[in-house]
Ligand binder design. Structure first.
Ligand SMILES: [Zn+2]
Ligand SMILES: [Zn+2]
Ligand SMILES: [Zn+2]
Length: 370
């Protein structure tokens, strides 16, 4: 498999072969990645991007359904990375011949057969560990660990088809595949000692390289992968996230139905005054904006960024990491971001809405001669 990188200028439904993740992102020609000394990687516009334009269409490197009752849910996704389409319960779902877990389904026998090599990587692990993890640690930890296993499964598919993949530098400034996952921000320093200790226990118990999960990576690397996943994964919701100003009445983004890691979309930083909104194509199966794209079977799971206003050359392109209808005032937004994303938001909206504490402090200070 050649490692020549093609960044397509038109959204293309490249058909993967044998589950190889050949799906590559579609990136607006005026969108580049730059580096900020404080914020790190970021998206920036090099030319005008008009309101409503699509900025990015990215494919998940790993995606899992997040539903309470998989057997009766209409929101499961076809497990094949080439498809990931919604699989409602009235469809004749294909389930795993090895009966691993009810959350794993395919929309057709074609998808199931195409996905066999990838699913084999996770199947024994799911069958052995999903019950104990769900019972002892709960659904959140199970979902997190399953995303990690799916990241590793996709990496295995890459390695099968290009054993030297990790040694070849990306031919593009956009890193792709496992190379992009390696570049995600997030390290154990970001999280509390208690959190890291708890994840270390999980890695040692459930994610070490073994015949059940033959990934060959060290415990330290898997721990780092959890830190990266927790800092970069997206919850997927049926409606758009990050429309601002809020419509009246406000429309929330709905119930989460999946979680995923996107190699390129993860570059986006947060702003409470975002100029980019996001949505996933899986749920409705229709594009957010009537702009070039037509629905294809493998639209499922794609993350789509759309300019929510005109973006000027040089501007950073930011999304909102949370539902702006849920956390409205500056204190609740900052608290949510600090707890869930480990940073204090200094976006222009937060700064402009800061309470006048500085003034209070300033007034409390003895007056100084200037
Ligand atoms: Zn399918
Ligand atoms: Zn299975
Ligand atoms: Zn903010």
């Amino acid at each position: 498999m050649s490692q020549v990188v093609h960044i397509t200028l038109e959204p293309s439904g490249l058909d993967p072969v044998d589950g190889i993740p050949t799906q590559q992102p579609w990136i607006h020609p005026h969108l580049v990645q730059s580096n900020d000394p404080i914020k790190g990687r970021q998206f920036r516009a090099t030319g005008l991007i008009p309101k409503g334009a699509r900025l990015l269409v990215d494919h998940p490197y790993a995606i899992i359904p997040v539903v309470d009752d998989p057997v009766h849910s209409d929101h499961l996704l076809c497990s094949s990375p080439a498809c990931n389409c919604p699989v409602p319960r009235n469809l004749d779902r294909g389930s795993c011949p090895n009966a691993c877990i009810a959350d794993v389904v395919w929309c057709s026998s074609t998808c199931r057969d195409a996905d066999r090599p990838r699913h084999e990587f996770e199947c024994t692990w799911l069958k052995r560990f999903s019950g104990p993890i769900r019972a002892k640690r709960g659904e959140y930890d199970f979902g997190m660990l399953w995303v990690i296993v799916r990241l590793l499964a996709t990496r295995q598919s890459e390695l099968r088809h290009a054993p030297t993949i990790e040694k070849i530098p990306s031919a593009s400034r956009w890193k792709l595949g496992w190379d992009a996952i390696n570049s995600l921000c997030g390290s154990s320093d970001t999280w509390s000692h208690d959190q890291v200790r708890s994840w270390t226990v999980l890695v040692k118990k459930y994610l070490q390289s073994s015949p059940v999960l033959p990934h060959g990576l060290s415990t330290a690397r898997i721990l780092q992968l959890i830190c990266q996943e927790e800092a970069n994964s997206f919850g997927l919701y049926p409606r758009e996230t990050g429309i601002f100003p809020l419509p009246n009445p406000p429309i929330d983004r709905g119930e989460q139905f999946a979680a995923a890691v996107y190699p390129t979309a993860a570059i986006a930083n947060h702003s409470c005054l975002p100029n980019v909104s996001l949505r996933c194509l899986s749920f409705s199966g229709s594009p957010a904006h009537p702009n070039q794209m037509i629905h294809k079977p493998n639209d499922g799971g794609r993350m789509v960024f759309t300019a929510s206003r005109h973006i000027l050359p040089g501007e950073e392109c930011c999304i909102s990491y949370f539902d702006l209808t849920r956390f409205v005032d500056v204190a609740s937004r900052r608290e949510h971001l600090r707890k869930s994303f480990r940073f204090v938001c200094q976006c222009e909206r937060c700064i402009s809405e800061e309470p006048s504490e500085e003034n209070i402090e300033w007034n409390a200070m003895p007056l100084m001669d200037l």
